[in-house]
Ligand binder design. Structure first.
Ligand code: 13P
Length: 250
């Protein structure tokens, strides 16, 4: 059985004060005893302030990106060890916004996965097609290529530490969610690729999140799909009530 994982990707939102306030509200509203993992990924500047609030709670801390080198003259970049130092256990890698605006490629995603695993961070690796690719019937080919390039050279043991996030780019921030059936089809495809590359045990164990306009009113149907094991939430993760409702999906 795969334990569901609901993650909030806060993107470039929230000052330190706002981040602390949101985390406090999440901790107040979080129902205990549910068999699911909860994760928040604030901007880098808020990680240090948020971390002590989360220690010993049911909410884990993640970052939104990292550099693949351990240290060096890389102005503006954040090293893997800096993220573990500040208390992160997860890191998002290859988000479509990084691919679109910051030149992230499958090759850089692959390097970053290796660097994250090297310090014990669990990567959430994002894949997903743009609208034109879906319309052209290329969605599976695109996602298959991203998986092949991003996951190249990983061992089955390493793959077990990863989470995959399927985020169709046309669904991100648009309110235009993939239908549960379309999302399920792609998740099943992703799992079949994991099977081909890493074997049955890994394919069964690895969690695949859906991301792209996940909201309180669509999370239940999405999470009811057999191959959807979680959600990577943007806009609806910025308010405590909507994120908590998503976390408490039925
Ligand atoms: P939205 O939930 O705002 O569509 O963003 C999804 C996303 O990109 C999460 O990483």
């Amino acid at each position: 059985m795969r334990k569901p994982i609901i993650a909030g990707n806060w993107k470039m939102y929230k000052t330190i004060g706002e981040a602390v306030e949101l985390v406090k509200a999440l901790l107040v509203g979080l129902e205990s005893g549910r068999d699911r993992e909860v994760l928040v990924c604030p901007p880098f500047t808020a990680l240090y302030a948020v971390r002590p609030l989360l220690v010993g709670t049911a909410i884990s801390l993640g970052a939104q990106d990292l550099h693949h080198e351990a240290q060096g003259a890389y102005t503006g970049a954040i090293a893997p060890g800096m993220l573990t130092d500040v208390g992160c256990s997860y890191v998002i890698i290859g988000h479509s916004e990084r691919r679109q605006y910051f030149g992230e490629t499958d090759a850089s995603v692959n390097k970053k996965i290796g660097a994250a695993l090297g310090v014990g961070l669990k990567p959430i690796v994002c894949v997903g097609e743009v609208k034109a690719e879906r319309d052209a019937g290329q969605a599976e080919a695109v996602v298959g290529g991203q998986l092949a390039g991003g996951l190249a050279g990983l061992s089955p043991e390493q793959m077990l530490k990863l989470v995959i996030a399927y985020e169709p780019v046309w669904a991100i921030g648009t309110g235009d969610t993939a239908t549960p059936a379309d999302a399920q089809m792609m998740h099943a495809f992703i799992r079949s690729r994991l099977h081909a590359q890493f074997g049955a045990e890994v394919a069964e164990a690895v969690r695949i999140q859906y991301g792209g306009s996940v909201k309180p009113d669509n999370v239940d149907e999405l999470m009811a799909q057999p191959d959807i094991d979680g959600a990577l939430v943007g806009g609806a993760a910025l308010k405590a009530d909507s994120f908590l409702r998503i976390v408490h999906f039925h």
